[in-house]
Design a protein around this ligand. Sequence first.
Ligand code: H2P
Length: 824
Amino acid sequence: MAAKKAKATNTVALSKDQFKDAIVKHLRSTCGTDEARANNQAWWKATCAAVNELVFDRLTETSKANADKDSRAVHYLSLEFLMGRLTVNNMHNVGVFGAARDALADLGKDVNDICDEEPDMALGNGGLGRLAACFIDSLATLNYPAVGYGIHYEHGLFRQEIQGGRQIERPDSWREYGNPWEICRPESIQEVPLYGYVETVFGEDGKMRKVWHAGRQIKGVPWDIPVVGYEAKTVNVLRLWESKAADFFDWDVFNAGGYIDSQSEKSQAEAVSKVLYPNDESEAGKELRLIQQYFFCACSLKDIIRRYKRNHSDFSQFSKQAVIQLNDTHPTVAIPELMRILIDEEGLVWDDAWKICTETFAYTNHTLLPEALEKWAVYLFEKVLPRHLEIIYEINRRFLEDEVEAKWPGNDEMKRHLSIIEEGETRMVRMAYLCVVTCFKTNGVAAMHSELVKEDLFPEFYELWPERFVNVTNGVTPRRWLLACNEQLANMYNETVGTDWPRKLDELKGAAKFADDAKFQKNFMAIKREKKVELADKIEELCGIKVSPDAMFNVLIKRLHEYKRQHLALLHILALYRRLLENPDYDMGPQVFIFGSKAAPGYKLAKDIIYAINKVADKVNNDPRIKDKLKVVFMPNYRVTLAEKLFPAGDVSLQISTAGYEASGTGNMKFALNGALTLGTMDGANVEIREEVGDENIFIFGMDCDEVKALKAAGYNPWDYYYGNPELKAVLDWLETDFFTPGAPGELASIKHSLLEGGDPYLVLADFESFTTQYTAVDVAYRDQKKWAKMAIINSASVGKFNSDRSIEDYVDRIWKLEKVMPN
Ligand code: H2P
């Protein structure tokens, strides 16, 4: 089906001609060039400047309205904001996408080519950071006062290259040549102290005070990214802090010829915002990461307090005006920092300061994995943040002596168990405990996960304060994940259910009644095919692999981690390949498996899995015996921009984590919205997707959470599965040969070893048989295209619940209690 032109779904803010004039004007006045000489980079910047004429106006109006009304606001503290590109999104949200596209076309430019100039803002790692980006989009769309706070990393998540099948990490430079969306705000620079020692002093009134004599200061420079609400008057701000040396460099040293020395303080200070997730295997890396966390929390709190003080002379209203959401434990150090400011700098007594903290902070937990629950060595805290450690000790003392003692009198074992300080060879601060002890709400990110947070992660805390634990199921913004990335389907929905769905995603339900309609099915599947053709072209361009858009596209895109079980999909691919080699007429429809994933640089097995996928791909894709029935693709440098091409093109959405391990997932929601069927476990938000789309429109396999727990409790032995299933044994043994790595046997063996000698911690082998069996059912279903179309339509039309606007309304209702300031 030919791509219909996207119609602007909201009020047109500028006509095509006005937009054209604005672009031409900005080519000259902003970019210092003209239509004849400009390259695409200049066209892109001029286009952004034209959009910004509208954006910046609304930004100013929003901040004025918030200040005038002295409104309560949420401050979303997150180490990650995975924004991706902003141009198309912002054009849609201010209602000028159609005008911009047509204006550029008149000027001889293609909107896609121009927007392709924009680098991704990859200031995040995976679902957690992308969730933060969806949330600030929804907050602005719903006209809620909100500020996102994070770090202005010079380099975001690494750029992934694949060389000889292996992941190579390269620096990502998203703002090397300037970024038209950000505004530097030197007027709001903050100073951040570090290191040093704490002195106890007595004032003239005889009262004891603590004074932190910092050993160093660094400077936080704020950069504001406007966050444009869809069809809304609100433009909120994402404020990202860049670290700089407090004194630019030492003039005296410089003048005396010490050019290098004079720069050292500068480069040390700048290291703080240099990269997202510095490798923290070394001590220096750990220290840098703790400093990063403190740096952005300290800057953000000072900023919040500065704004608060404009209208208030004491702190009695603070928790009424400000709610601070801690996105995972990364910003936990904000808690002792606020205590420190209130007590040491503002002169409040402990109880008053503590009351404010317990009414201001709320915490979102995103994972149950013990390794992801942060702990910091006490000695590190003592070195970098000595006063904060004292405060944490005092919080802990009061918690144990008052609350734990009252609930479990005389139970020292319980005190040890719940202490914020973990005893052991190296004493550690348990950041998650500090969050739960302080925050007025702790939430999980999907219904099942929130239950596990109460039952398994924090059961005693839940016993103490059941009212503090709530669930807010994640969501995704339909503006980016349907309207902007799947123009064709968006237009089809505009014609079917009207144009309100990008806000009210439930309206898509209206399309479900056409699920049986032959013409609707045909159009729906034609769009899916068109998106698959686009993806197939991209695959050929990036990987040199030809895939047929008529094959079933199985897509597994997410951070690489053993619990997400990319290697389970790999074992299944090996089984299919084996079946095809043994029987060239083996009955299966053509299938393509598409992976996109980055592995943490220090995570060896994850990198081995990427290597294995690529080696298997090399072999399978070039084996004429299997007659193109099976293809395997690993797309390099998976990021938001690539995701925007992958989600609309997927037929099967692989969500195959071990039940109980994936907190929610959000890719599962994006796939279903774009008409892919889930093949997944009863984990995270898959459970709720199943509730929405119906059991007959989803493929569930494997053990559920209780079965996983029971098997582990009974003593899981992966060898039983290895010896019990000849196909599984054969594919695992295959990994040890040099079949996929000619001349280098054993190169893929680490995967087998982790699953056998390593104990298979995520029960890959236990779920293998169920997975392959269910995959056969998926293949059979796909070959009945009419039935498949119906199921795909029902999926897409039924996932309105997973609109991030709904998540935000839940946060507002259950936690934040905000009011809208700008009119709708
Ligand atoms: C994490 C969880 C996901 C969850 C997401 C957002 C940490 O993301 O694992 O289950 O959906 O947060 O709450 P990820 O694994 O993609 O980095």
